[in-house]
Design a protein around this ligand. Sequence first.
Ligand code: FPP
Length: 242
Amino acid sequence: MKSDSGAVTGADLRHIAIIMDGNGRWARKRGLARIKGHSAAEKSIHDAVEVCGELGVSYLTLYAFSTENWSRPKAEVNFIMKLLSRFISRNIDDLDRKNVKLRTTGRLTDIPDGPRRDLELAMERTSGNTGLNLILALSYGGRAELRDAFVEIAGSIASGDIVLSDVTEELISAHLYNSDVPDPDVIIRTSGEQRLSNFLLWQSAYSELVFTPILWPDFHAEQLRNALEEYRTRKRRFGGLE
Ligand code: FPP
């Protein structure tokens, strides 16, 4: 369904997922240190939350830190972790006021104590909110998520709680990190790269993919609306016929 104006609304778009790429290149183009690009990312995150709120989208997942990102220089990793705490302290009041529920996906236990506690407090504070679910993917990897699900399922088989024939696609989905979250309708990747980089591998089976050359710190409300317009032109058939 489309709104009268033909624009995408939350009715046909429940879950937007974004691979926020290009922070480093954005900074380098300006002769700045890479970390300045990560700092500049905050405004784009703010705009994405704003647009999702306007459209009535229920879930926004942002790929903030992958399981592979731990291999970056220690100083950059430390900076991103500090940025997480800063993002929370600067935005939590506004997010709460907007009825946003902050959540995470990934191996949160990998996150250093300070930012992890900040995140946990922010999640607790917004847990009763009923608007947009803002899901930060942190120390997230699609393969790690599937591995964790398979280990849990194997444990249930070993203990006799289930048998092999109980292992359906639905059961696997139910063992993912956030089993209540619907699969993303659209995955947007900024910066011109055209790959998923271990993001939501199971959940992306029928997601529309939108790639844009715009670097994440330049990806503001207008650019997100344009990407969603591209999504609107796609015909989703989920393997069937129209
Ligand atoms: C991709 O750009 C960005 C990352 C791997 C880190 C993303 C981090 C943030 C957006 C900030 C922290 C998050 C929150 C929620 C405060 P890149 O560094 O790979 O850029 P490049 O490809 O141009 O080098």
